[in-house]
Design a protein around this ligand. Structure first.
Ligand code: IDP
Length: 157
């Protein structure tokens, strides 16, 4: 297999969070993502197990709301996707808006669809290294390499 790793800054990782209301918005959110110039490199709908959610959000493990986040993120399926674009991490954080949707700018996904910080509709990686880690958390090697051994995202294995 060709030993090729994508350049930093070319992709980010996102999740559309669980919940009836968010399910209704999936199409519109994907349209906003597309219209902002992102290309979907990989996508799937998957329900996290408790241990997986605890691992994914371990940077929040000392926060009082940690258990609420884990409970919520395991309450139904998420749409996980890897998005390609130049300057992907920063541009996507701009597109999703502030963690607290009341502070999110007009035109952002959270401003448009989110009602509260704990149900803020979408996740977006906050660094290139986290984008690679989160993308490889969700997508196996077989989902990241094409037949020629070209790796679409993640830093190798
Ligand atoms: P981010 O999602 O904008 O990167 P983080 O600080 O990484 O924000 O927090 C991860 C998630 O934890 C948030 O998206 C939100 O769902 C939840 N969260 C963050 N702060 C709070 C809070 O003060 N109360 C409840 N939930 C929170």
């Amino acid at each position: 297999m060709e030993n090729y790793a994508p350049k930093k800054g070319t992709f980010t990782f996102t999740m559309i969070k669980p919940g009836e209301e968010n399910q209704d918005y999936i199409g519109e959110i994907l349209t906003m993502i597309h219209d902002a110039g992102f290309r979907i490199q990989a996508m799937k709908m998957v329900r996290l197990r408790t241990k997986q959610a605890e691992m994914f959000y371990r940077h929040l493990s000392d926060q009082p709301f940690f258990q609420d986040v884990v409970n919520y993120m395991t309450s139904g399926p998420v749409v996980a996707a890897v998005l390609e674009k130049d300057n992907a991490v920063a541009d996507y954080r701009k597109l999703i808006g502030a963690t607290d949707p009341t502070k999110a700018e007009d035109g952002t996904i959270r401003k448009r669809f989110a009602r509260s910080t704990d149900r803020n509709v979408v996740h977006g990686s906050d660094s290139d290294d986290n984008a690679a880690e989160e993308a490889t958390f969700f997508f196996s090697m077989g989902e990241r390499y094409n037949n020629e051994g070209h790796c679409f995202f993640g830093w190798g294995n």
